[in-house]
Design a protein around this ligand. Structure first.
Ligand code: ADP
Ligand code: ZN
Length: 604
C-alpha cells in the first residue's frame, strides 16, 4: 500500500479499516477512474464500500439506487456516523424537506444521495440530476431487474434510462445473486454491456453449516439456541405462516425473545417487528421467506431452517444473512423425511407447467443431495455455484464426519416392508411393522402376519426414519401424494430388492458441539484476553447511545470493534485508532468515552 493512495486513505481515515477485502480495491480503482462495473459478491462480502469509496474520491454526488426505503435511513445514519455527507430522497420525506434536500444536492453539498427507484425515474428527478454534478450511479440489489428472480421490481426496468441520459457518468451495479441467467439479464436490461464484471468467491468462511436429522425440530432448535446463541440475534425460517406464529409463540414461552414475520400480518406490525429486529439486540425473528432482502443487520449470529427450502440458491441466500460482520455464525437446519414429502407435494400440486416442475424437481434433488452428503457441505455448496474448494473444517461433516454404513440389508427390508404392505402406508406405520411393534392399526391390516413383521429390530426408530428418508432422497422410494404420503417403490428399487445393488447410507452421530474457531476465518479478537466485564460495559454504553441517536446499535459501533476494544484495552487515542472500525470521525466522537470506559473497568 503506497503512502499516497487516496482510496486507501479513505478506507483508513473514514471507515477505520486496515485492508481492502477481496476485490474491493480493484473495483474501487476501476470505478474511480470512471469505468462501469457489475459486482457479484456474496452477502456480507462488502459491496457498499465499492461505491462509497469512489463516491468520496470522485467529484460530485454519488446517486445510489436502493429498493428498500426502510433501510435507507439506517444506511445514511451509518455514513453520517463516519462524517460522510449522505442523505436519502424517498416518500417518507415531507415536501419541504425534499425540496431543501434537492437544493443542497444541486449545490453539490452531498457526497451520497440514496434514492428509491420509482422516485429516481420521474421526470423531476432526472431533471434535477441533469443539473447537478453526479460522481457515479450505484444500483444496489441489481437482481431486482430480473423478471424471473424472486425480488423483481418493475421500477428497476426503467433504470436503463440512466445510461441513455447520462452516458458519461460511471455506473456500478451490485448483487449477491450468483446465477449466470440473472447476470445476463442485469447486463442486458441495465445496458451494462461495456461494464467490467467482478465475480468474488461466494464462500462465507465464517458461517458454519450444520444439517441435523429432524426428530423434534422445535426442541432441537431450542437446544441449539440455548447452547450456542443464547441472547443473540438470529432468524428462524419456516414454510407456513401458521408455523411461524406457533414457533414464535412457543419460543417466547421458553424465554427466547422471538418475534414473528410473514406476509399475512398487517403491515404495521410487520414493520414494527422488522424495525425491532434491526435495532434491538438479541431478537430471534421467526419468519417465512417473505422476510428477506434488505436485512442488512451485520450481527445476525444464526439462521435456522425448520423446513427445507426449495433449492440451494434459496438456502444459500437465506443462510447468507448470518454473520455479515465476519464473526463466527451458524447456518443450522433440521431436515427429515416429512420435508422431502412436503416439498415434492408442493411441486406436484403447483399449477405450473411440466418444464417448470422438472426444473423445480432438479433443484430440490440438488438440495437433498447436499443434505444427505457425507462430503464437506461447503465443497458441495460452492461446487453448485461453479467453484472448486477443499474440505473446509467448519461444517458438520468436516467437524464430525458421518459414518458411512452398508445399508444394503436395511434398504432391502425397508423396501420389502413398503411392498408387502401394499405401498399404501407412510414411514410411521412401516417402522412399526419392521420393529414388530403391535398396535391397533397393525392388527386391523393383519400386518403382524407378514414376513417382514419384526425383522428390523436391529435398528431403532430414528435409524429407520433415516433409512426411509434416504431411500426417498436417493430415489428408491417415492411419495404417493394421492395416498396421503404413502411410500411406493420406484423402478430403481428393483435391483436393491433383488440384492443386486449395494446401498451406502450416512449415519449421523449425535455429537457434542463446542465453539470451535473456523479454520481460515476472518481474524478475530483473541478470545483468551477478552475482558468480559468491559465488553458488557461497552455494550451498555452503546445501547444508550443508539437509543439517544435513534439508530441501530451496530451503526454506532460493530460487535467486532467492541470485542477488539475489550481485548486490547487501548489506553489512549493512538492505540484506539488502531482498532478496526475506528475511523477519524468515531475517534473524535467516541474516543474519550471509550478510553474512559476502559480505564474505569480496571484490568482484572
Ligand atoms: P454486503 O452489502 O456485500 O452484504 P456490506 O457492504 O454491508 O456487505 O459489508 C458487510 C460488512 O463488512 C459491513 O459490516 C462492513 O462494514 C464490513 N466491511 C466491508 N469492507 C470491509 C473491509 N475492507 N474491512 C473490514 N470490514 C469491512
Ligand atoms: Zn466442511
Amino acid at each position: 500500500m503506497s503512502a499516497n493512495d487516496p482510496a486507501f486513505d479513505v478506507l483508513r481515515e473514514t471507515f477505520g479499516y486496515a485492508e481492502f477485502r477481496g476485490p474491493q480495491r480493484a473495483i474501487i480503482e476501476h470505478v474511480t477512474r470512471g469505468g462501469d462495473a457489475l459486482v457479484l459478491m456474496p452477502t456480507g462480502g462488502g459491496k457498499s464500500l465499492c461505491y462509497q469509496v469512489p463516491a468520496l474520491l470522485r467529484e460530485g454526488t454519488a446517486v445510489v439506487v436502493s429498493p428498500l426505503i426502510a433501510l435507507m435511513h439506517d444506511q445514511v445514519g451509518a455514513l453520517r456516523q463516519l462524517g460522510v455527507r449522505a442523505a436519502f430522497l424517498n416518500s417518507t420525506l415531507a415536501i419541504d424537506e425534499a425540496h431543501a434536500l434537492e437544493r443542497s444536492f444541486s449545490r453539490g453539498e452531498l457526497d451520497l444521495l440514496y434514492v428509491a427507484p420509482e422516485r429516481l425515474t420521474t421526470a423531476r428527478c432526472l431533471d434535477l440530476i441533469g443539473r447537478a454534478r453526479v460522481a457515479l450511479f450505484a444500483i444496489d440489489e441489481a437482481h431486482c431487474v430480473s423478471q424471473w428472480g424472486h425480488d423483481f421490481r418493475p421500477e428497476y426496468l426503467q433504470l436503463g434510462v440512466l445510461h441513455e441520459r447520462f452516458a458519461a457518468v460511471p455506473r456500478i451495479a451490485l448483487t449477491a445473486t450468483a446465477d449466470p441467467q440473472t447476470r445476463a439479464e442485469i447486463i442486458q436490461r441495465l445496458a451494462l454491456g461495456e461494464a467490467r464484471v467482478f465475480v468474488s468467491s461466494f464462500d462465507r468462511p465464517n458461517i458454519r453449516y450444520t444439517i441435523v436429522d429432524k426428530a423434534d425440530a422445535r426442541l432441537q432448535l431450542l437446544r441449539f439456541i440455548r447452547a450456542e446463541h443464547a441472547g443473540e440475534a438470529g432468524i428462524v425460517y419456516c414454510l407456513s405462516r401458521r408455523k411461524v406464529e406457533e414457533t414464535a409463540h412457543w419460543l417466547r414461552d421458553q424465554g427466547v425473545g422471538a418475534l414473528a414475520y410473514h406476509a399475512g400480518m398487517d403491515s404495521a406490525s410487520r414493520n414494527e417487528h422488522q424495525a425491532r429486529f434491526q435495532r434491538e439486540e438479541g431478537i430471534v425473528m421467526v419468519a417465512t421467506i417473505a422476510f428477506g432482502m434488505g436485512i442488512d443487520k451485520p450481527d445476525v449470529r444464526f439462521v435456522a431452517h425448520l423446513d427445507l427450502p426449495k433449492s440451494i440458491e434459496g438456502y444459500y441466500q437465506e443462510t447468507g444473512r448470518a454473520g455479515r460482520d465476519g464473526l463466527p455464525a451458524d447456518a443450522w437446519m433440521a431436515y427429515g423425511l416429512g420435508d422431502v414429502v412436503q416439498q415434492r407435494r408442493l411441486i406436484d400440486a403447483s399449477a405450473a407447467g411440466e418444464a417448470y416442475k422438472r426444473v423445480s424437481t432438479a433443484k430440490l434433488d440438488a438440495l437433498l443431495a447436499l443434505c444427505e452428503s457425507a462430503q464437506c457441505r461447503r465443497v458441495r455448496l460452492l461446487a453448485y455455484f461453479g467453484e472448486d474448494s477443499e474440505a473446509c473444517g467448519n461444517c458438520d461433516t468436516c467437524l464430525d464426519p458421518p459414518r458411512i454404513w452398508d445399508a444394503t440389508e436395511a434398504a432391502r427390508q425397508a423396501l420389502s416392508a413398503i411392498y408387502r404392505t401394499g405401498q399404501r402406508f407412510g414411514p410411521v406405520h412401516l417402522v412399526d411393522v419392521l420393529r414388530g411393534r403391535m398396535n391397533e392399526r397393525l392388527l386391523r391390516w393383519d400386518h403382524h402376519r407378514l414376513g417382514v413383521f419384526g425383522i428390523g429390530a436391529a435398528l431403532d426408530d430414528a435409524q429407520w426414519r433415516g433409512v426411509f428418508r434416504q431411500l426417498v432422497a436417493m430415489g428408491y422410494a417415492a411419495v404417493d401424494h394421492a395416498g396421503y404420503g404413502a411410500l411406493k417403490l420406484t423402478a430403481a428399487a428393483r435391483p436393491v430388492l433383488r440384492g443386486e445393488q449395494p446401498v451406502a447410507m450416512r449415519r449421523i452421530a449425535e455429537r457434542k458441539r463446542g465453539r470451535r474457531l473456523p479454520a481460515g476465518a476472518v481474524p478475530m479478537a483473541p478470545n483468551a484476553s477478552l475482558d468480559a466485564k468491559l465488553l458488557a460495559r461497552l455494550k451498555a454504553w452503546r445501547s444508550d447511545e443508539a437509543r439517544l441517536q435513534a439508530l441501530p446499535a451496530y451503526v454506532i459501533l460493530h460487535d467486532a470493534t467492541l470485542a477488539e476494544i475489550a481485548s486490547r484495552r487501548p489506553r489512549d487515542e493512538t492505540e484506539l485508532a488502531r482498532i478496526p472500525g475506528i475511523g477519524s470521525k468515531r475517534l473524535e466522537r467516541y474516543g474519550r468515552v471509550l478510553i474512559d470506559l476502559v480505564k474505569v473497568s480496571g484490568g482484572d
